[in-house]
Design a protein around this ligand. Structure first.
Ligand SMILES: *Cc1c(COP(=O)(O)O)cnc(C)c1O
Length: 295
């Protein structure tokens, strides 16, 4: 998982494959459950092994665990992993059973990225705490929000210094950022962004998921699409060396990392522009296997 670059956030990111190993000795230690292995399409039975693994960690350590934190449905910078809604439902049930709070980091998934307003909506699950940012302002101004259920909120709201949660940065509740967020959300509704996201999803499915040649390419390990997100995962990270320059020369900006060549297009992207993006993603693989001619 990936949850951010400040100290508390780094401590809950992937401890081994994340980018924060430099800080390992400095960060507080947490328990990590094994990453879910079942895909987005997995049925209830198929997520059972993943949930058993989660139960193992919660069962052994729930007395010391305050909350289970996850990126629901879609791990973004953690590798574009797409997780079954059944896993979210199972995680909710386990958190209730062990009296552990459930936190959904919807910074990447919130506001339509997975095809519904929130990833939690796919599973009809309510987390105890939900973290929102990126899509809240559409990137026009930095802003974030932490939402909590009444049960959590009531536990720290009050006038007593011993009870109230007196903790926050200087520019918290910034009025301009809040205004931008409200405007961004208004545009989201007025311009039917969920409809646009569905249209983007159709193109991504057609151009990437349904491309048998791409999926059968020897360098390609997997192709995944969820909402307005698509990724081509490769077997060997070296396969993607040079792809950013290759794309830029064709007027497309891609930022691959690790084993993942992905796109999370802006919701205003037209179908034609999106096809330009997916064409470049595909051409990287087809062009690679054309024998090079003398130049
Ligand atoms: C980008 C991201 C963050 C970090 O947000 P910052 O504003 O950089 O702190 C946290 N969680 C997820 C899932 C993200 O994608």
């Amino acid at each position: 998982a990936y949850h951010g670059d400040t100290a508390g956030c780094m401590a809950v990111c992937d401890p081994e494959e994340g980018m924060h190993s430099l800080f390992a000795g400095f960060l507080p230690q947490h328990y990590f459950a094994p990453a879910p292995t079942a895909s987005f399409e997995a049925g209830e039975d198929e997520v059972q092994a993943d949930l058993d693994a989660l139960r193992g960690v919660l069962g052994a350590h729930h007395e010391e665990i305050g909350a289970l934190l996850m990126e629901p449905l879609l791990q973004a910078a953690g590798g574009l992993n797409m997780i079954s809604p059944h896993y979210l439902r199972g995680a909710r049930a386990l958190c209730d059973e062990f009296d552990v709070l459930l936190i959904f980091d919807e910074v990447a998934t919130g506001f339509g990225r997975t095809g519904k307003m929130f990833a939690a909506d796919h599973a009809d699950v309510t987390p105890d705490i939900m973290v929102l940012s990126k899509g809240l302002t559409g990137g026009y101004l930095g802003h974030a929000a932490t939402l909590a259920t009444d049960r959590v909120h009531d536990a720290f709201i009050g006038d007593s210094e011993l009870h109230a949660f007196m903790h926050g940065p200087t520019f918290m509740g910034n009025p301009l950022a809040c205004r931008v967020a409200l405007e961004s959300l208004a545009v989201f509704e007025e311009d039917d962004y969920l409809g646009r996201i569905q249209a983007l999803n159709d193109v991504l499915c057609e151009e990437l998921l349904d491309d048998a040649e791409l999926r059968a390419h020897p360098d390609v390990a997997d192709v995944r699409v969820l909402g307005a997100t698509a990724v081509i995962e490769v077997h060997d990270a070296e396969t993607l060396e040079g792809v950013a320059g290759f794309a830029r020369r064709q007027g497309v900006w891609l930022r691959p990392f690790g084993h993942w060549l992905y796109t999370m297009p802006a919701y205003i992207t037209s179908s034609n522009d999106l096809r330009r993006i997916t064409d470049v993603m595909k051409h990287w693989f087809t062009a690679r296997h054309v024998p090079s001619t003398s130049q």
